[in-house]
Design a protein around this ligand. Structure first.
Ligand code: NAD
Ligand code: SIN
Length: 474
């Protein structure tokens, strides 16, 4: 078993050390625990999951600090993530009742027809590093309420946060084997998803991995596969009397969490008539952003990206856009050698003939100038992804047109592309997901419907197509 190490992106300090886990043992534990967990009364499962959220609430400062250290995001932002973890239980209980509870269906006299839902069994949960607590938690909590048991593999870049969550489940008194953790990288993820004894995979991560999983499960329609993937999200800037606010929304959409949000705006599409004003204001605000360590004062707007390899890749991507004809508006810089802090990069790619349709998961904003609204919408849809999209400015009629014609799971007006509510469905189309949205609708993929026709008495008759009894030959 190889050794695993997690270091703090902001300082390089070692935060966590551990070993790759035994995947088969974890799956076997989950399988053994499943019958009793699935048979437990829903109210008892909910009570245990509530105890978990109480445990997280009473340790939320520790969780926030750990998230900040392990991801590099500012502590103020890490606190909001810890809060989302706590809130998830109430949201999931409501969602379970709304989406997957039991109810009577219309039926004939002397019988009843019922719709109920059953859990799948043992579910593997694969988590990403950008929201290492909130996003896996968004699969795990609804899956547990529905009666599934879990084997969770956190990102290899955030194992400590993963371990913290699982420890909270254990301390909350969930029966042994109901929630299990396996630590490791891609190899461990493959061993887990290839294990015959899992009933499905709930995944949040890149489109590349999601596509690999989709391929892997192509001949396994018997397993549930929920894929929450990345984006190459557009934000359109149109006529507005408040250029400053427009620029704030654009900067927040593009650079919060150092651009490491699946819903981050990567492409600013702007009307030619307001291009100079918008771009000048966006650059001015981006120049003022404080980029620093999670606990530094004054509080930073954003921290580093997750690691040096990622920072190298993003710097190279920025240079590649320049070599392909992009005109830099604000160069992406690496202020501290050997640490993955990046300043926001802004580049005009209007004249590039072939723009790469890939997710650049970091603080890079590509700007495209257009002349009319149809062109703006066509440009917004010029991607294989489809997670979030926003229109800043414009009239109600233009927003209507944008809402109707834009291809994305989140379509906003005068609001950021990021900051989705946990109380709404969250998911995209195209390469952003496989039509199994998470958040409020996670309940849907955590259970399957079972319809039953039920009568207390055994009574039946055949009305047509029978010979009279006396005419029946012996
Ligand atoms: P990733 O795809 O590299 O990894 C995600 C998880 O899958 C990790 O635990 C990883 O170890 C595991 N994994 C990787 N390859 C695997 C394989 N072949 N088989 C099994 N497991 C495998 O993603 P990441 O870099 O950790 O996270 C960032 C990505 O996540 C971005 O693309 C971002 O847009 C996306 N994301 C999506 C959402 C959403 O809800 N749609 C939310 C947050 C992040
Ligand atoms: C994410 O999950 O990466 C982003 C969530 C959001 O801010 O909308």
């Amino acid at each position: 078993m190889s050794k695993l190490i997690s270091t703090e992106p902001a300082t390089g300090a070692v935060l966590w050390e551990g070993q790759e886990s035994d995947v088969d043992a974890a799956v076997a534990n989950a399988r053994n625990a499943w019958p009793a967990w699935a048979a437990m009364a829903l109210t008892s499962r909910i009570e245990l999951v509530r105890r978990y959220s109480n445990r997280v609430r009473s340790h939320s400062d520790q969780l926030a600090e750990l998230i900040a250290r392990e991801t590099g995001k500012p502590i103020w932002e890490a606190r909001t993530e810890a809060e989302s973890v706590v809130k998830k239980v109430d949201i999931s209980v409501t969602a379970y009742a709304e989406r997957t509870s039991q109810r009577q269906l219309p039926s004939q006299p002397n019988m009843r027809a019922a719709l109920r839902h059953k859990p799948h069994g043992v579910l593997a949960v694969l988590g990403p590093y950008n929201f290492p607590a909130h996003l896996p938690n968004g699969h795990i909590v609804p899956a547990l309420i529905a009666g599934n048991t879990i084997v969770f593999k956190p990102s290899e870049k955030t194992p400590a946060v993963g371990e913290f969550l699982i420890d909270c489940f254990a301390k909350a008194g969930l029966p042994a084997g109901v929630v299990n953790i396996v630590q490791g990288g891609v190899k461990t993820g493959k061993l887990l998803t290839q294990n015959e004894d899992i009933d499905g995979v709930l995944f949040t991560g890149s489109a590349q991995t999601g596509i690999a999983l989709n391929r892997q499960f192509a001949d396994r329609p018997d397993k549930i596969l929920a894929l929450e993937m990345g984006g190459n999200n557009p934000i359109i800037a149109w006529d507005t009397d408040d250029i400053y606010s427009a620029a704030v929304l654009i900067v927040q959409s593009a650079f919060l969490t150092a651009g490491q949000r699946c819903s981050a705006a990567s492409r600013l599409i702007v009307r030619d008539g307001i291009y100079d004003q918008v771009v000048r204001e966006v650059k001015k605000i981006a120049d003022r952003l404080i980029i620093g360590e999670p606990f530094s004062k004054p509080a930073p707007f954003m921290g580093p990206v997750i690691d040096n390899d990622t920072a190298d890749g993003l710097t190279e991507s920025f240079l590649a856009l320049m070599s392909a004809g992009g005109k830099p508006i604000k160069h992406m810089a690496r202020p501290i050698d050997e640490r993955p802090f990046l300043t926001p990069g802004i580049i005009d790619v209007t004249d590039m003939t072939e723009r790469p349709d890939i997710e650049l998961f970091g603080p890079i904003l590509q700007v495209i100038q257009v002349q009319d609204f149809d062109e703006a919408i066509a440009e917004a849809n010029n991607t294989r992804y489809g997670l979030s999209a926003a229109l800043i400015g414009g009239s109600a009629g233009e927003y209507n047109q944008f809402w109707s014609n834009s291809r994305a799971g989140i379509v906003n007006w005068n609001k950021m592309t990021v900051g989705a509510s946990s109380e709404a469905p969250f998911g995209g189309i195209g390469l952003s997901g496989n039509h199994r949205p998470s958040a409020l609708y996670a309940a849907d993929y955590c259970a399957y419907p079972v319809v039953s026709m039920e009568a207390e008495q055994t009574r039946a008759s055949i009305g047509v197509g029978l010979k009279d009894e006396e005419k029946t030959e012996a």
